[in-house]
Design a protein around this ligand. Sequence first.
Ligand code: GLN
Length: 288
Amino acid sequence: MSSGVTTLAQILSDATASLRNAETESPQFIAELLLAHVIQQPRSYIKAGPERALTAAQHAQFQRLVERRLRGEPVAYLTGRREFWSLDLEVTSATLIPRAETETLVELALQRIPVDATFHVADLGTGSGAIALAIAHERPRCVVLATDISAHALSVAQSNAQRLEIKNISFRHSAWFAGLRGERFDVIVSNPPYVAEHDIHLQRGDLRFEPQLALSSGADGLCDLHTIVQDAPAHLGAEGWLLVEHGYDQQAAVIDLFSKNDFMEITGYKDTAGVPRGVSGRRPSCAA
Ligand code: GLN
């Protein structure tokens, strides 16, 4: 970048050019997100005033972010933000970056929660709080409990709830059901870690920078799903629902887990990209 360059338009076009070889998504879009973050304005501000200048400090900060992006750091960690279900969420390197495919899990949970119901809902392994906050936001009468084994992640989720002024939610430090003894819920949702620990994808893209704790789960990736599906019946009310997300090649194994644990109405679902992505099932009304 030449030293005399100061306008937003010029800086954006230089950054877009340098990101071009590294991005699979639109390099201009990524450059705009980083620039908007640095000037603390929406992206539209750049379009509305491309001749505006950056301060030297902003310029330097932007250059550092572009360099970090060129080294592969996820955009969400560089800006500290990711939108999920139209909620603007803070994310840090202690939390998984919420994925678009996980919105399908929210949709399916909402289909099982009547608008006027005062259901008790648990989101296990909440990370940034994405799923729990989306459900709490859409179902203000529900009482949502969000748990995580990571105290750091939990504090990010908590600060998201405060900033978004979502009040029908509480937080608990817990490894799956360990901290929920004796408690029952109408709906339990979870997007647990499910990547096999030697999966090559962990060495690629955003996943290299995300917490392994939130991503990988034993040799076949099913270790945590196993615990959740097995322990859920004792924490569901009669006819309560369990909904979990899983990896692209795990649906048969997860359906099997549900049926071995006597769930009814077991259904596998696909995400919006058409990939098998999760399973839901209902606790039998006669179960203890
Ligand atoms: N869907 C994520 C991925 O493979 C993994 C998230 C998870 O393990 N829950 O990119």
